[in-house]
Design a protein around this ligand. Structure first.
Ligand code: SF4
Length: 217
């Protein structure tokens, strides 16, 4: 964009208070994954269209926006304008510019648990709430996926995610809580299916009922 239009061309691209372009990586359930340069001010829906949208018969379940420490947003977020403020308000961030389209074949609970475990492994260890808190959060996610919830996991998850984010020394810790916090905010039905009914709507996790059946067969 800069090479083609010079500085003025770049400055006049996108909204006046948020000029310029951003590189986004599109992956997941899209027809043409890849990297695109888009002006700030476009919607998530317009960005997903650049990747050809979802394959036929695939239904949008969620959007992981911001990379491994990003937020998992519901389908309604497709109308969201892609800029820092809007994404932060929705519980995500631009981060690495990654947008992963999640369809009905993936489990958002499993996704959040895996992402939190990754972020826990990536913590440098300097801050105790981050070093230990992220690991405890990841364990809660794993317990829910494995059908082994202990008591009121949703409250425990919400409180711990809040406390860990509030004690953050750097952006990693604050953002690493977003994925699991997104579940409470947007995907309570999927959480309840795992916790209350030992059921994974996408058939990815192995709730307790399945584990018991396996143990006795
Ligand atoms: S908050 Fe940042 S500095 Fe502290 S342990 Fe986590 S990654 Fe390291």
């Amino acid at each position: 964009m800069i090479l083609n239009g010079g500085m003025d061309g770049f400055e006049w691209t996108g909204p006046r208070d948020f000029a310029g372009t951003v590189l986004v990586q599109l992956s997941g359930a899209v027809l043409r994954p890849g990297i695109a340069e888009v002006p700030f001010g476009v919607t998530l829906s317009e960005i997903v269209d650049i990747a050809g949208g979802l394959p036929p018969s695939h239904r949008l379940k969620a959007l992981l926006v911001g990379g491994p420490s990003g937020g998992i947003l519901p389908p309604e977020a497709m109308s969201l304008v892609y800029d820092h403020e809007n994404l932060e308000r929705a519980g995500a961030h631009i981060g690495s510019g990654s947008i992963v389209v999640v369809d009905q074949h993936s489990c958002v609970v499993d996704l959040a648990a895996v992402l939190t475990r990754f972020c826990a492994d990536e913590a440098c260890g300097k801050t105790i709430p981050c070093r230990i808190g992220l690991r405890r959060l990841a364990e809660i996610g794993s317990r829910i996926c494995e059908g082994q919830p202990r008591g009121d996991e949703v409250t425990r998850l919400s409180d711990l995610a809040h406390d860990v984010a509030a004690s953050a020394l750097c952006a990693h810790e604050r953002r690493a809580t977003l994925a699991l916090a997104s579940l409470v905010r947007y995907f309570r039905d999927e959480l309840d299916a795992h916790i209350l009914r030992n059921s994974c709507p996408a058939g990815i996790c192995h709730p307790k009922a399945d584990a018991r059946a396996g143990a006795t067969s």
